[in-house]
Design a binder for this molecule. Structure first.
Ligand code: SAH
Ligand code: SF4
Ligand code: F3S
Length: 504
């Protein structure tokens, strides 16, 4: 898959001085948030011809790699692809950066503190580079899609050898070769991409829970969010490719599938030849022999009645829905360009709860959006009280350069934002405890994930509604379904004892 080379921006040009235009084209394809914003009409190409070039096969024999992942599940899954490619090149993985010949940081750009963390750790890598001049240090993921970040790395993090974007993962073998043989920093970040690359190898961790991408990109352009710029336009994988992958995981014995997309409810909207949406896809996937199917993330705007109807079948479609609300105030939602009102969201929740008994809802909520008043924040609190979320990720708004909200006047003092976050988390905690208390003495089906983080003698697993359960049991149960009777319900965890082992 060859791409036309784009002109680089002048500031990047002067930062490194390639010798010829050819060199320049090879090593400099910097990102452009402006280009990333464009949404073209061109058809989505699906490529099935991914191969590792012959001269790169086996190049990693005897060498090790270390991939460090930040951000969302989409990024985690991209890291599985990156690892899969590296393994096909002969590399083996290591947990120790000291032992690695290739270190890749798969980064997240969603909030400023996510980026700060990456820069901090990149700084620590300089020492390794001094010890091992042959070490290849690379940066990929969402941060590499920002010209601001690439400029900063070029200026102050010269220990970096390679930067590649979220649309360039399939190019890793060639880019790694370039990085090995070039003295220049290798940069290849496509900003405007509408393609899908199938057949890339994936190295999944374990064989219990598997991620499956159903679509890439986002066209929603919520005013605070960088994702539509870092991940490109919305494009869906063909249903037959998704279904084949889920079937394959079922054959391998996976116990739970998480379908991934930034806005899974927009699945299929880009198909030109077929009328086929997320509801249709789920209706087929639910017939596959996999005990649990989840998906993330649902945008409330595109959650249609057909989807609710399909979810109401239950079975392997779990009754847990992540439905980010962001704010309870219609005014704030408007400024966020979420394209729904408080009332529309509440009506959707009512429909979901009516159709799906015991539906468990979770959310993402932002506090301190520019111009958010005390009253508007109170509307978020009352929303949380009304919906009674089991769980929510909560964030203080973080301005992202290049997004519309970044130029809105932000008149909410940081102290107030912090108080709002604290208060919101308190309310969420209280509701979660109340919900969990209702599970006292109930017997729940739990997929055993591993040892508890804090106590290796205790096992940890998840219910269908994704609640964390701790209990004692034999380690051979890891990866199995068990039934656990809850005898202690805490705010964020349930504790209990195994009743019987069940076959699902
Ligand atoms: N596609 C998903 C969300 C992806 S980002 C969706 O629309 O639901 C995950 C969450 O990060 C968002 O839901 C939002 O709550 C939060 N987020 C995104 N941009 C942010 C920003 N600039 N500041 C604070 N939180 C942000
Ligand atoms: Fe970001 Fe909105 Fe797209 Fe979610 S739907 S990724 S919040 S722009
Ligand atoms: Fe972060 Fe990119 Fe995911 S910005 S949240 S890693 S899509």
């Amino acid at each position: 898959m060859m791409k036309e080379t784009k002109e680089a921006t002048p500031d990047l040009k002067s930062a490194k001085s390639p010798k010829t235009t050819a060199d320049f084209a090879k090593y400099f394809q910097p990102p452009s948030l402006k280009d990333a914003k464009k949404r073209g009409k061109e058809e989505i190409q699906v490529h099935y011809d991914f191969v590792i070039p012959e001269d790169m096969q086996g190049i990693g024999k005897g060498k090790r790699y270390h991939v460090r992942t930040y951000g969302c599940q989409m990024n985690e899954h991209d890291s599985e692809t990156i690892s899969g490619i590296l393994q096909q090149m002969g590399y083996t993985s290591t947990d120790e950066v000291e032992d690695a010949d290739v270190i890749l940081f798969n980064t997240c750009a969603i909030r400023e503190n996510a980026e700060d963390k990456v820069f901090g750790e990149l700084g620590h890598m300089k020492r390794l580079k001094n010890n091992n001049p042959n070490l290849i240090l690379g940066v990929c993921g969402c941060m590499s899609q920002e010209e601001k970040v690439v400029n900063k790395i070029l200026k102050s993090y010269t220990q970096v050898d390679l930067i590649f974007g979220t649309h360039n993962i399939h190019r890793l073998p060639e880019l790694l070769r370039d990085a090995m043989f070039s003295k220049e920093m290798v940069i290849e970040v496509w900003s405007k991409e509408g393609d899908i690359v199938e057949n890339m190898p994936k190295l999944r961790e374990g064989n219990t829970k598997g991620w499956v991408n159903i679509m890439y990109g986002c066209d929603k352009f919520c005013t605070y969010c960088i994702v539509p710029y870092t991940r490109g336009k919305e494009r869906s994988r063909r249903p037959e490719d998704v279904i084949a992958e889920v079937r394959d995981l079922a054959r391998q014995g996976f116990k739970e599938i998480m379908l991934l997309g930034q806005n899974v409810n927009a699945y299929g909207k880009d198909f030109e030849d077929i009328q086929y949406g997320f509801g249709d896809l789920l209706d087929e996937i639910r017939k596959i022999d996999i005990p649990r199917i989840r998906f993330t993330t649902s945008h409330p705007r595109d959650f249609d009645d057909h989807l609710i109807e399909v979810l109401a079948h239950g079975g392997n479609l779990v009754e847990q829905i992540h439905l980010p609300v962001q704010s309870g105030s219609t005014e704030v939602l408007k400024r966020m360009a979420r394209k729904y009102t408080r009332e529309h969201y509440l009506e959707l929740v009512r429909k979901i709860k009516a159709a799906i008994p015991n539906a468990s809802l979770s959310s993402d909520i932002i506090v301190g959006f520019p111009g958010e008043t005390d009253e508007q924040f109170e509307e978020t609190i009352s929303m949380v009280e009304e919906v009674r979320y089991d769980f929510a990720y909560t964030f203080i708004y973080s301005p992202r350069e290049g997004t519309p909200a970044a130029v809105m006047e932000d008149n909410v003092p940081m102290e107030v934002k912090k108080q709002r976050l604290y208060r919101l988390n308190e309310v969420l905690g209280r509701i979660s405890l109340e919900q969990n208390k209702k599970l006292q003495d109930q017997v729940l089906e739990v997929l055993v994930e591993g040892e508890s983080k804090n106590n290796p003698d205790v096992l940890a697993g998840r219910t269908r509604t994704n609640k964390l359960v701790h209990f004692t049991g034999d380690k051979s149960l890891i990866g199995q379904y068990v039934h656990v009777k809850i005898n202690d319900a805490k705010t964020w965890t349930l504790h209990g004892e195994i009743v019987t082992k069940v076959e699902v």
